[in-house]
Design a protein around this ligand. Sequence first.
Ligand SMILES: O=P(O)(O)OC[C@@]1(O)O[C@H](CO)[C@@H](O)[C@@H]1O
Length: 391
Amino acid sequence: MPDTPFAPVILGNVPGSFPHGVLAERHPAIIRQVREAFPYGPAQRRALDELLESCTEGTIEPLPADAPDRERWLDWGADTCTGRSWYDVPWLWSESYFYRRLLAAVGYFGPGAWQGIDPFRPAKRAELDAPETDRELAALDGLRDLPEPERGRALLHGSLWGNRADLGFRLSAEGAEERAPAPALVADDSERLWSLLPPGSDATLVLVADNAGRELVPDLLLIAHLLAEGRAARAVLHVKPYPYYVSDATTADVLDALDRLRAAPGAAAGYGRQLWSALADGRLAVRAHPFSCAPLPYERMPGDLRAEFAAATLTVLKGDLNYRRLVGDRMWPPTTSFAAATAYFPGPVAALRMLKSEVITGLSAGIEAELVAAEGQRWRTDGTHALIQVR
Ligand SMILES: O=P(O)(O)OC[C@@]1(O)O[C@H](CO)[C@@H](O)[C@@H]1O
């Protein structure tokens, strides 16, 4: 068998499938949530109603002629998708375009008074301010006296399992977190990850973030740890240029997370101070590249991003959506080689992800059999399993 067998691109047009459910149920629920988030005026509400009708029963319409990113979306395939049902084009494309249109409906791209107002901010803030976040930050005090490798491992796992903090997913997967996973970690290349970032190295770490709040906070803690322990000399944090997939992190969310850390008692505040000075002296940089919201796999990344990933000692991609984009949003046989599926990536790459969609590569036949025996195919999407894969 070749390393990368043929695998079909995932569409949302199979009733009863996970992607179909996202388009038919999750997207309408997100529109309802956004309607409640702010006292939007009649024009915005009308635009939201029109989007609801379009994305459930209509076809994909082009961006207006004066949209500043119209050319970019044409490059990303808008002309081939226009006029087709949202269900019949690649699922990744439909989902991405949905968020672009949702933001336009509420006036996010302006001009006007609502320009730049994140419709998901109330939900993100509520999560960041929740007592669970206090408990997670307080747990940092218990790590203080551990030897560095153990502290590092704990923070890596905090960042990995922090990927639970996906507010869009929670709209359609209530109770997923409570189910007992077997085995919880379906692939674990963490030793290879640590070997790429030895103490005293001159490494450049790129971390491509996923969700804000209770995922971004542990991502920042991991970065602070790697910088403080000399496992990385510099780090670049990639966030989204605009709100996306409900809870994806933007620069504003980084600042909120930083404030939360700095205002916390105990060890958390120390991490906050370290991150603040790393940002101030340039050891930590934040980037919001347009391609971070592209409806395409990373294989199609533009040259400047490719050069940045090529220059990094390690690029860590967080979360389910980044995983889909990394290996390609296809129905791979689960034992497809992760190394082969990511061979195009220009440097060492790690995926830290909870399983929340059907895309998966790099499983051993034994683990796949164990998962299927215990759960049928539910393990792929129910958000109870995680993986650390490195190439
Ligand atoms: O990237 P994340 O936050 O881990 O997950 C994103 C997600 O919730 O959204 C998609 C469905 O809308 C799925 O890929 C996945 O379940």
